[in-house]
Design a protein around this ligand. Sequence first.
Ligand SMILES: O=c1ccn([C@@H]2O[C@H](COP(=O)(O)O)[C@@H](O)[C@H]2O)c(=O)[nH]1
Length: 307
Amino acid sequence: MSQGPVGRAPFRHRLREAVAAHGPLCVGIDPHPGLLTAWGLDADAAGVERFSRGVVEALAGHVALLKPQVALYEVYGAAGLAALERTLADAREAGVLTVADAKRGDIGSTMAGYARAWLADDAPLAADALTLSPYLGVGSLAPALDLAVATGRGVFVLARTSNPEAAGVQAAQARVAGSCGSDTPGGGRRMREVAQSVIDALAEHNAAHRDGPGDGSAGAVVGLTRGTTGRDHGLDLSALDGPVLVPGLGAQGGTPADVAAAFGATDALGGGTGPVVPVSAREVLTAGPDLGALRAAVGALNGSLTG
Ligand SMILES: O=c1ccn([C@@H]2O[C@H](COP(=O)(O)O)[C@@H](O)[C@H]2O)c(=O)[nH]1
């Protein structure tokens, strides 16, 4: 595996290796109050910390990717963020990859702050990857995309989310410029779904960094459960050449069969796109608080995603 300038292989390469070792599942660390209670913990920052660090302890070496949901730590203010900081540090030390699900997106100058907060080597909250919202334009995310390239990290940009309300914006047809605002065939203005225009902009970014330290650093979020006509996401992902995060498994109704129907084999979308990493949080976390039981549930779910 090639090393980037910071002595770290590109995030997509590290994710591929982790998926090959443990299976494609990403476990969401979502410390909802009901789950904390079910685990015999108080719904406070201390409970969130015990829950989250327990998940890391149970699953490090058994899962490819962990995805803490930042909102559920922010609920408890500074103490919640301190719990998240320690959870990310545990994961780093245990060698399990993380994606901070913060869904950040702002004008470029502010975006630089968000990028440093989550993707800089010396950031207290540094994760291996970060989720981003492109509502201010994919181009506004450049500080995070650039820092991910520079530090061997990754981003997952919301393209087609799993919630039913998403279609109004994401499925709208728009004449959208490419990430460079050009009228060229690569980034040209043509009618396409907003979600597809996000994918196309990420593909452009990945093409510019192919085989370099930022190889495949721009990933997409393509949810599993949106729509009423089956699970087909309807997007052309073949040129993305980056990883795909697929939330919606379990509590939102998605099944391993839906993953297979929508994405085929989880690393076979053509053009190098992948790996495809389905996410389950609430459902799989109900297997705790027994850490062995949680590990077994994750193993079984990984088995049904690959079997
Ligand atoms: O389109 C999206 C983007 C992100 N999410 C997040 O994933 C988890 C899913 O949790 P479950 O308990 O498995 O439903 C959660 O943190 C969401 O904010 C998503 O669901 N859909």
